[in-house]
Write a protein that binds this ligand. Structure first.
Ligand SMILES: [Mg+2]
Length: 454
């Protein structure tokens, strides 16, 4: 038996296992194996770069696929639909599970997107294992109870469930007021932490009940004589002030809700609301996590390491700021990584310092036995050179929040906006994109040209 290898014009290795027959020469007796993935690995080995794509305003507007997106993903995949370059979809959406978002992307783009290619705003919350056994109150919309369980939380109560237990708390909507208290009220266990996944449907209800929980140290019907401060731990995912849907102007995002919550808490108590952690873009924790996942994907494609991450987004205050902040971190880290290797938690502290975030008391352990579909995030915190790209370049597209013909969201313009979260440093330089492209397709063409990838 002999093996013959042909390199076809189409770019595939065709390998035939054959034996020599005295009468008919080479007779194919084995199978034909198309090694498309291996071949692409060999091609991609020279191109050590990957993409982080924002979704809203880059790939879709609401439920409408942007015209340039389909063509862009044709360029990114081979004729069998395999990705030619490591790609991740990093969204600040938090109202769905990764697998559902992957399916949605697959349907939109007509290619197979795996859940391992999706990072939701809440994905890094899994590493906050110190809260997994605590009774947490979760705020947001969609399957937030299921999401919290998948992230490792074992004792979860939604704001809606809390409202049902403490019927006297939600008083804004007269039609929803209930006179009689719930029979279980006095047996209800104290809330020990609050997780904010995204903007809720009824803002007034969530604002009222979250503030009640914070001011009463988790027992809304047993207020202390004075406000307890510091309040319970609170983690917030997705700080986007605005996001782009079908409407001509951007819509309120979770950042608007956080702004209301912080203002009300300060106004009512006289104290500033302090977050245990802020997760999602532009937080560096999210980018570090994505960096790790991109590297894993590259490894599966036979690419050893990613040098440059290209982050394509439509929002200067989130996507561009976050990419530039992470690049700043990578550069800083490269200069002083010996110092940072002293402990596993140091990278997170360094990130927090770089962004001005108030991150405290975070462990890096994960439960390996967890069978839910979220990622093994703990491993992303191992501080080794192998876990970091060399640089991160931001690319702004003009199909979403940012649009060239208006200055509603600016970078380097006359009127400078600040849509970032309160706890992030104000630095106009961070909002300046490294590149600006008309749309995602033009952005890809620019990168392919730059990287000599065709
Ligand atoms: Mg966006």
């Amino acid at each position: 038996m002999m093996a013959c290898r042909y390199v076809l014009k189409s770019g595939f290795h065709l390998e035939m296992y054959a034996k020599v027959s005295p009468n008919i020469g080479l007779t194919t007796i084995g199978k034909l194996i198309l090694h498309s993935r291996q071949f692409h690995s060999q091609r991609c080995a020279l191109s050590k770069f990957g993409f982080l794509f924002d979704i809203d305003g880059v790939i879709v507007r609401g439920k409408r696929l942007l015209p340039s997106a389909k063509e862009a993903f044709v360029a990114l995949t081979d004729r069998h639909g395999n990705f030619r370059v490591p790609c991740l979809f990093v969204t600040n959406a938090g109202n769905t599970l990764r697998q559902k978002k992957a399916q949605q992307l697959s349907d939109w783009l007509g290619i197979q997107v795996s859940q391992d290619q999706v990072v939701m705003s809440h994905s890094p919350v899994k590493m906050f294992t110190q809260f997994h056994e605590k009774h947490v109150l979760v705020s947001g919309q969609g399957p937030i109870h299921e999401i919290a369980k998948c992230l490792g939380f074992r004792h979860v109560t939604t704001v809606e469930q809390l409202r049902q237990v403490y019927t006297n708390l939600d008083m804004v909507d007269h039609t929803r007021r209930k006179a009689a208290p719930c029979a279980f009220e006095k047996y209800f266990p104290r809330i020990e932490a609050v997780i904010l996944f995204g903007e809720p449907v009824r803002w007034e209800t969530n604002l009222q009940l979250i503030i009640d929980v914070l001011m009463t140290d988790g027992k809304p019907m047993s207020p202390p004589k004075q406000t307890i401060h510091p309040h319970l731990p609170i983690i917030a995912c997705n700080m986007d002030l605005l996001w782009m849907a079908e409407a001509p102007l951007p819509r309120f995002g979770h950042g608007c809700f956080l702004n209301c919550l912080e203002s009300l808490y300060l106004k009512i108590t006289g104290y500033e609301l302090k977050y245990t952690a802020l997760i999602g873009k532009p937080s560096e924790i999210t980018y570090h996590h994505a960096d790790h996942m991109l590297r894993q994907q590259a490894k599966q494609m036979g690419i050893n390491g990613i040098k440059t991450i290209y982050c394509i987004g439509d929002n200067p205050e989130t996507d561009i700021y976050g990419a530039n902040l992470y690049n700043r971190y990578l550069q800083k880290r490269a200069r002083s990584h010996k110092k940072l290797m002293s402990s596993n938690s140091v990278p997170m502290q360094a990130m927090a310092q770089a962004s001005g975030q108030q991150i405290t008391d975070v462990t890096t352990e994960t439960d390996a036995s967890d069978d839910c579909d979220e990622d093994d995030i703990g491993s992303t915190m191992i501080d080794s050179d192998e876990n970091f790209a060399e640089k991160c370049e931001s690319i702004l597209v003009c199909t979403g929040v940012y649009c060239t013909d208006r200055d509603f969201v600016t970078f380097g313009g006359k009127k400078s906006s600040n849509h970032n979260h309160r706890d992030f440093v104000i630095d106009p330089e961070l909002k300046k994109p490294k590149h600006v492209s008309l749309n995602i397709l033009e952005a890809l063409k620019m990168v392919f040209e730059k990287e000599g990838f065709h």
